[in-house]
Design a protein around this ligand. Structure first.
Ligand SMILES: O=C(O)CCC(=O)C(=O)O
Length: 285
């Protein structure tokens, strides 16, 4: 298994800005193959992976309309051997995750961000660990573009350096699709630190710290912006947390190649119960 080390520039970006980009992690052709698996799934009457409706749904019942129904498939990648073996337990990705996490690696989350052409909605400003609410700050997050991700079709935006602060209480507004960072704090942070637009080609990967403030805008363009994401952690960081979706990615430096992926069994762990996010109007920051 090959070892991976960040370049000096990536190291600096990780520490100072909270993210770095690794280009061409898989060839464009492979990225398009993975995208095809997702496009095929989206056309099914009831796609797998806990589909999360786009706020614009319902859009109709033609194949074209069905392709636009969802903003996210929350746990689909465990059902696609191509995506799982290439990305979540791919050699290149696990080599990067191993640099941060060591020889035993758990895949904590997997998701597909669909952001369909013309109707794809925004993902609100958030910190990943602000949504997880499990106190984990150290896991390794990565996201791979399967379509070109550009400013036109809603590429991600990061506030550089925002990973250095604490985990902020996420809240709900009338129009929130899920918990988000308080909008007045986001506005102030952007005025102070600016925004970086993360444009990426199919097969490029962006890695970020779980506390980084990030967002993606709606997609008014004629092109979809499909991407896959993962969160990798290790048994020490994850100790005592029971989540039914956790799978083994690497044991003792060896990639776990089972399919379906092997679930992580944690003895004596307490199930992680999450209540609703508070309303923004109830919270004084
Ligand atoms: O793909 C996107 O637009 C958002 C991804 C994201 O926010 C995440 O993976 O935490």
């Amino acid at each position: 298994m090959k070892h991976w080390k960040p370049t000096e520039e990536q190291k600096h970006q990780w520490e100072e800005k909270g993210f770095f980009i690794e280009r061409n992690v898989v060839p464009e052709d492979t990225a398009f193959d993975m995208r095809g698996v997702i496009k095929n799934e989206l056309l099914k009457p009831e796609p797998s992976g806990n589909p999360n409706a786009d706020p614009m749904d319902p859009m109709g019942d033609t194949p074209e309309a069905r392709a636009l129904r969802f903003r996210k498939l929350g746990n689909f990648c465990v059902e696609s051997p191509l995506i799982w073996h290439t990305f979540h337990t791919g050699r290149e990705m696990l080599a990067m995750a191993r640099y941060f996490l060591g020889n035993d690696i758990i895949v904590k989350f997997n998701s597909v961000f669909v952001k369909p052409a013309k109707t794809g909605s925004a993902t609100p400003w958030h910190q990943d660990n602000g949504l997880w609410r499990d106190g984990e700050t150290e896991p390794f997050n990565a996201w791979m573009a399967l379509d070109p991700a550009t400013r036109q079709n809603g590429c991600m935006q990061f506030i550089p350096g925002s990973h250095k602060g604490e985990i902020v209480q996420h809240v709900l507004y009338e129009d929130s699709i899920h918990g988000e960072l308080p909008r007045d704090l986001v506005k102030a942070r952007i005025e102070q630190c600016g925004i970086e637009h993360i444009e990426a080609n199919p097969g490029d990967v962006v890695c970020w710290h779980s506390s980084l403030w990030h967002y993606s805008p709606p997609n008014p363009s004629p092109n979809s912006r499909i991407a896959i994401a993962g969160v990798w952690t290790n048994p020490e960081i994850n100790a005592g947390r029971v989540r039914p979706l956790h799978r083994w990615g690497m044991k003792n430096g060896e990639i776990c190649t089972a399919f379906p992926p092997e679930a992580v069994q944690i003895e004596n762990g307490k199930p992680h119960q999450l209540g609703p996010f508070p309303k923004a109007s109830q919270i004084k920051q």
